[in-house]
Design a protein around this ligand. Structure first.
Ligand code: PMT
Length: 400
C-alpha cells in the first residue's frame, strides 16, 4: 500500500524547531512527508534539515522545478496538510486565500483535511483579526488546534505556545483516519471529565479509585480532531495535555462539580467519563491520623458527594445540550446500566465493565452505549479511541 502523503507546512516562528520532531514522528510511523516551509521559516530551521529528515527536496516558492507544477501538484496529491507552527501571518494569508508562496498555493489546491497548529504571542492570538481568521478557517472545515498556555519566546508566558509535537501528531493521526469527513464538531464546545477523584482523609491519605484518565483523554483528543473546542476537566491524571484542549485540573468530587458547573453553560455537550467518588470522609484530620497502641482504629464515617451527572442532566444549562454519562459496573452490567440511565437522566450512558485489571488503566475498552430513546449501540473490544469516536458519532447526530 502507498504511504499516506502528508504535507508539513512550516511558517516563520521560533517554534519551527519543534516541527522537526513532528516530522520525525510522521516519517517513522510510515507517512511520506513533504516539508513546505515559508521563506521566513528558513530563518529558524534551514532547508538542509527539512530535506534530510523528510528525504525530499525542499522549496519555499513556486519558481523552482516549474515543469513539475509543484504549486498545484503538492496540494492535490496530499492526504493531509498540517501547518505547524502556523503564525498569525500564515493564518491571515490562508483565511484570505492568498497564494504568494508555495505553502499558500498548496493550501489552496489541497482537497484533503487541513490542520493548523498556531503558535504566536498571546496578544497576536487574541487580536480580533486573528480570531476572525481562525473562525473563517474553522468554518471552512480546517482543524485549528488551540495553542497551549505556557512559556513563550522570551520570559513571558500565556496562551500561544505550540502544543507538544507528540500531541499534534496524535491529532494528525486521528484526522487522517477520518479522511475527508468534515470535522463534524467544528464550532461546538464540549466538556469532558476524566480521571478519578481523591477524597482526602488527612494530609497523607485519600479514598480514590483506579481510573487513569485514558478513556476521558481519548474522548478529548478525538473531539479536538473533529473540530470541537474542548474543555477537559482532569482529576488526578498523569497524562500529557492533549493538543488544543483546555485542561482544568481538579482533585475532589466537590472541585470536579465546581469545574463542571462553571464550564457547562457554554457547552453543547458534556461527557462525564471521570470516576467520581460517591462518598467522602465526613471529617478531614488536619494532621496525619496516628495508630494508637492497643486500640482499634476509629471507623471512617462517610457522607454522600453530590451527583454531578444527575444534577446537570436535570438542570440543562442550554437547550439542546447533550449529556453523556459512563457507568462502571462489575456485575449485571447491562441491567445496572439501564437502571442507572433512568436514575441519572442523561441522554446517553456508556456502560462498561470494570475490575481490578479490567478497563481501568488499559488501552482498550468495550461497551454498550444506551440511549434515553431506547437505542443500544454495542462497541466491540478495541482501542479507547474507537469507543470515543462512537460516542461523538452519537453526540453529533443528536446535536445535528
Ligand atoms: O480512566 P480509565 O483508566 O481509562 O478508565 C475508564 C473508566 C472505567 C473510568 C470510564 O470508562 C468510566 O466508566 N467512567 C465512569 C466511572 C464512574 O464513576 O462510574 P459510575 O457508574 O460510578 O458513575 C456513573 C456516572 O455518574 C459517571 O458518568 C460519573 O462520572 C457520574 N458521577 C458519579 C458519581 C457522582 N457523585 N457524580 C457523578 O457525576
Amino acid at each position: 500500500m502507498d504511504k499516506p502523503k502528508v504535507v508539513l507546512g512550516v511558517s516563520g516562528g521560533i517554534a519551527a524547531y519543534k516541527a522537526c520532531e513532528l516530522l520525525r514522528r510522521l516519517t517513522e510511523s510510515g507517512h511520506d512527508v513533504r516539508v513546505v516551509p515559508t521563506g521566513s521559516a528558513l530563518h529558524f530551521v534551514g532547508a538542509a534539515t527539512w530535506s534530510a529528515l523528510s528525504g525530499h527536496p525542499v522549496r519555499t516558492e513556486v519558481w523552482s522545478d516549474v515543469h513539475e507544477v509543484p504549486h498545484v501538484r503538492i496540494g492535490q496529491e496530499a492526504d493531509l496538510v498540517v501547518v505547524a507552527p502556523a503564525t498569525a501571518d500564515l493564518l491571515a494569508r490562508a483565511a484570505h486565500g492568498l497564494a504568494d508562496d508555495l505553502l499558500t498555493n498548496t493550501l489552496l489546491t489541497a482537497r484533503c483535511p487541513v490542520v493548523f497548529a498556531p503558535a504566536m504571542h498571546t496578544e497576536m492570538w487574541e487580536h480580533p483579526a486573528t480570531r476572525e481568521n481562525v473562525a473563517t478557517l474553522r468554518r471552512r472545515g480546517a482543524v485549528v488546534i488551540e495553542p497551549a498556555v505556557g512559556r513563550l519566546t522570551g520570559v513571558d508566558t500565556g496562551k500561544g505556545r505550540l502544543p507538544d509535537p507528540a500531541e499534534i501528531f496524535e491529532t494528525c493521526r486521528r484526522v487522517l483516519a477520518r479522511g475527508v469527513a468534515a470535522p463534524d464538531l467544528a464550532g461546538r464546545h464540549v466538556v469532558v471529565s476524566a480521571g478519578g477523584t481523591r477524597e482526602p482523609l488527612d494530609p497523607v491519605r485519600f479514598l480514590g479509585n483506579r481510573s487513569s484518565g485514558k478513556q476521558g483523554y481519548a474522548l478529548a483528543r478525538t473531539a479536538a480532531a473533529r473540530g470541537a473546542r474542548v474543555t477537559l476537566i482532569a482529576a488526578n491524571t498523569g497524562l500529557p495535555d492533549p493538543a488544543g484542549v483546555d485542561v482544568v485540573r481538579v482533585g475532589t468530587a466537590v472541585q470536579l462539580r465546581e469545574a463542571v458547573l462553571k464550564a457547562v453553560p457554554e457547552a453543547d455537550a458534556v461527557v462525564m467519563a471521570a470516576a467520581v467518588a460517591d462518598f467522602r470522609p465526613a471529617a478531614y484530620a488536619a494532621g496525619k491520623i496516628k495508630k494508637k497502641d492497643g486500640q482499634e482504629p476509629e471507623p471512617i464515617v462517610l457522607v454522600r458527594n453530590p451527583d454531578i451527572l444527575a444534577e446537570i442532566s436535570a438542570d440543562r444549562a442550554r437547550e439542546g445540550q447533550v449529556v453523556v454519562g459512563f457507568a462502571a459496573e462489575t456485575d449485571d452490567v447491562l441491567a445496572n446500566g439501564r437502571a442507572k440511565l433512568q436514575r441519572k437522566g442523561c441522554d446517553l450512558l456508556v456502560v462498561n465493565e470494570v475490575g481490578e485489571r479490567r478497563t481501568f488503566g488499559s488501552e482498550e475498552n468495550e461497551a454498550v452505549v444506551l440511549g434515553a430513546d431506547g437505542s443500544e449501540t454495542p462497541v466491540p473490544h478495541g482501542p479507547k479511541e474507537a469507543l470515543a469516536e462512537t460516542v461523538w458519532d452519537l453526540v453529533a447526530s443528536r446535536l445535528a
